[in-house]
Design a protein. Structure first.
Length: 287
């Protein structure tokens, strides 16, 4: 009887998911979430677009755009590159930002205490169709290329706040880790995003940050973190829960007993820190 019930369950799953049909672990359009941010000073970072059905924002880590010591903007211009929400389309979305112009117009804001920043780049002019809306690009932003399906935005309804994040759930980390690899031996395309897979290892309630059992590298900063929540064996929900901020270092100290020399080495522990979406929501309330 147990064997019969198991066979029935397998048959049901094959029918529900489509026998013989390849199924991606995450929704197809989620692959278009990450945005490559290239600054005119040569540095790069990651980000994603966020919509509250009224405005379109670029979300990233504050240190991607602002100096950590000076607190000032570190570049005059930025070029944003993202891909179509339809994986079959080869065209790209490229938007150029005049950071100084946007900053002067109060369209760029960084959080006072957390490592997140947003850039208001456009307004939604037609939101009658949730999956297809027009964007009015604001002064200071210029569209250089556009894919047929346009840019993909994380809808504000598709995010989770810190209190709802579930430790031990699966996550996907999106971004452009441009620091990895050797230029003389190209193995990856630096213009295309890469995904990492891990779990929510824990949270830091005092900082409202999320600890990920998933390594991150320079270039990943600002990228979105996607949580997978399973209601049942066939029902899954996908939510953006945070912004990649930094990796957790592992420090070792070597001591030469004879000469009393000390040597410190710092390496990547394999854990990463993401800022929750709570401070991002605070920033989207632009006046």
């Amino acid at each position: 009887m147990k064997k019969l019930s198991f066979c029935f369950l397998i048959a049901f799953l094959l029918i529900a998911t489509g026998e013989g049909q390849a199924v991606r672990a995450i929704p197809d359009d989620n692959l278009a979430y990450p945005v490559l941010i290239r600054l005119d000073n040569g540095s790069t970072g990651s980000g994603f677009f966020l919509s509250n059905n009224k405005n379109i924002f670029l979300v990233t880590a504050a240190h991607v755009l602002f100096g950590e010591k000076s607190g000032g903007i570190i570049a005059k211009k930025a070029t944003l590159l993202s891909y179509s929400k339809d994986p079959k389309e080869t065209e790209r979305n490229i938007i150029q930002l005049d950071l100084l112009n946007l900053l002067a117009a109060n369209k760029i804001r960084k959080h006072s205490t957390e490592d997140v920043a947003i850039v208001l780049i456009g307004d939604v002019t037609d939101n009658n169709k949730p999956d297809s809306f027009e964007i009015k690009i604001l002064s200071g932003a210029t569209v250089l290329e556009k894919s047929p399906s346009g840019i993909l935005c994380v809808n504000i309804k598709s995010i989770k706040q810190f209190k709802d994040v579930l430790t031990a759930n699966t996550i996907y980390l999106f971004g452009h880790p441009t620091s990895i690899g050797i230029k003389e031996i190209p193995q990856i395309d630096p213009l295309r995003p890469l995904l990492r897979f891990g779990i929510i290892a824990g949270t830091n309630p005092s900082n409202k940050t999320i600890i990920l059992d998933c390594p991150s590298y320079p270039g990943n900063s600002g990228g979105p973190v996607l949580e997978v929540e399973e209601d049942s064996i066939i029902n899954r929900h996908f939510s953006i829960i945070g912004v990649v901020s930094q990796f957790v270092p592992f420090e070792e100290t070597w001591l030469n007993e004879t000469h009393k020399y000390k040597n410190f080495t710092i390496s990547n522990s394999g854990y990463a820190v993401a800022v929750s979406m709570d401070p991002v929501l605070e920033l989207t309330n632009l006046q």
